[in-house]
Design a protein around this ligand. Sequence first.
Ligand code: G6P
Ligand code: ZN
Length: 583
Amino acid sequence: MTEIIATQAYKDQKPGTSGLRKKVTVFQQPHYLANFVQATFNVLEANGGIPEVLVVGGDGRYWGKEACQIIIKIALANGVKRLWIGENALLSTPAVSAIVREREGGFVAKGAFILTASHNPGGPTEDFGIKYNGENGGPAPEKLTNLIFSETLAISSYKVAGDAPVVDLAVIGKTNYNGAEIEVISSTEDYIGLLRKVFDFDALRKLVQRPDFSFVVDAMHGVAGPYATKVFVDILGAPTSSLLNAVPKEDFGQGHPDPNLTYAHELVEIMGLHADGSISEKSAEGIPAFGAAFDGDADRNMILGRQFFVTPSDSVALIAANSTAIPYFAAAGGVRSVARSMPTSGALDRVATALNIKLAEVPTGWKFFGNLMDSKTAFGGADYNPLICGEESFGTGSNHVREKDGLWAVLAWLSVIAAKNEGSATFISVQQIVEAHWKQFGRNYYCRYDYEGVTTEGADKVLAKVRATAADQIPLLGGVACVTIDDFEYKDPVDGSVSPNQGVRVLFADGSRFVLRLSGTGSSGATIRLYMEQYMGPEDVAKNIAEGSLPATRTALAELVTIALTVANIEAFTGRNAPTVIT
Ligand code: G6P
Ligand code: ZN
């Protein structure tokens, strides 16, 4: 029976880049989640209808199961016919995307709620989050999330199926309710089925079983664990010792499930590195040949070699340059286009030029890639797909789903490593593969400074200061002048929508640059991101490698860092004399 529950609107339910993220305690306020879910259904009803099928699952963080039960009752009352719930409420973000796109059942209209705050910590005093994904399996477009926000400001009641049963989320199976069906499904099956179509698992198995190859992946107690166990141990035959933190925990083992050099410290140490990317004292012997980490909802990834960090910007460029190592792309004769977010380095651009394929530069946020992937008409009628894309924020993926995909990135890397080592008696390492790439395309030195938890006023002042600076006031960088300072604006070639103010860019004549933008994913305060990039041509790279003198990132970017910090004056406006995180 449907009950109408009276409620009062909350004023703070504006979804950010990736849905609504707040402290658990905020979500636990009376009707808080219910309001947001009902507002979403109201907007869907007025814009094409309530989906027949709703997928629900998340990264396993604290309060996910409770949220799941609330959503089930509201969904049933709003006319959803079928609910597909991940076992134990677990579904990675890319798996949700795959289920919406691939799972059979004769239903056309599908949607999903993903219960995640991605890489933010979890637990009773930490973060929770929810986001809606539409029929294409990708995050709801901003048009829709803006409507949802307006609706949350006006909402006065929501519907629940009060007498619907509490579903046992631990048991796979179906429960019926008033002609609707609630099905607890395997968290891993559909998604791994898709990965099998994308990759050559036999080739990967051969690599994994080479005696001179070893690897370790760190699921950081997020939802990647069950997927990694199935793929690497059950299917590829790797030892369980190659998995780290593979059991999901509601508080991520009190960690910060963000795969970067700072937060994935356990893996970073194993791989023989320090948090700043420099090589540790540890002996190289016994260090695995390959390492990777995932974030809480398994859409992000970090790639490491033995004593070697691969920047996310280099990672996507290298996968794109070697896409024929992956059957999904090989079948199409290689990737047809590539895309990156604006702050991501230009390494991918060099590959696009060399392969003579299209490159799109979009604002930060995976949803911008989704539009390109779904388009059949952009760029004068050509289809973009297959498309590989990536972001500096440890996101990599392709059009196989409409989310970035951590497992995909790792399997893509393993595919490249397998292809490079095919028939090679001695093992060709990650470092050798990346250096060979730089020798061919040049190296885009790259670094990001984050200033987390600063005040919004301070952060705004920093950006305003840089924006107001004239190009000729910027000091020369190695004798090269700054030519432009602007705000990045993007016009979507598919739907024509314009996204202004996507970051302040300070561009030098030789393509070097620094960029400032504010994070769109925080749950409180503001975070300034400062991105710095400088290019070294292939000949210089080759010469330096031959002489054993290829500078480290910190050295190569030292002058640019000084200029950026002087111009932005972050310390004066925020009181911070050092970044919180460097990646
Ligand atoms: C999420 C999105 C990414 C985006 C990132 C940016 O992870 O899924 O597509 O790159 O947020 O985060 P930021 O905090 O820099 O806005
Ligand atoms: Zn994530």
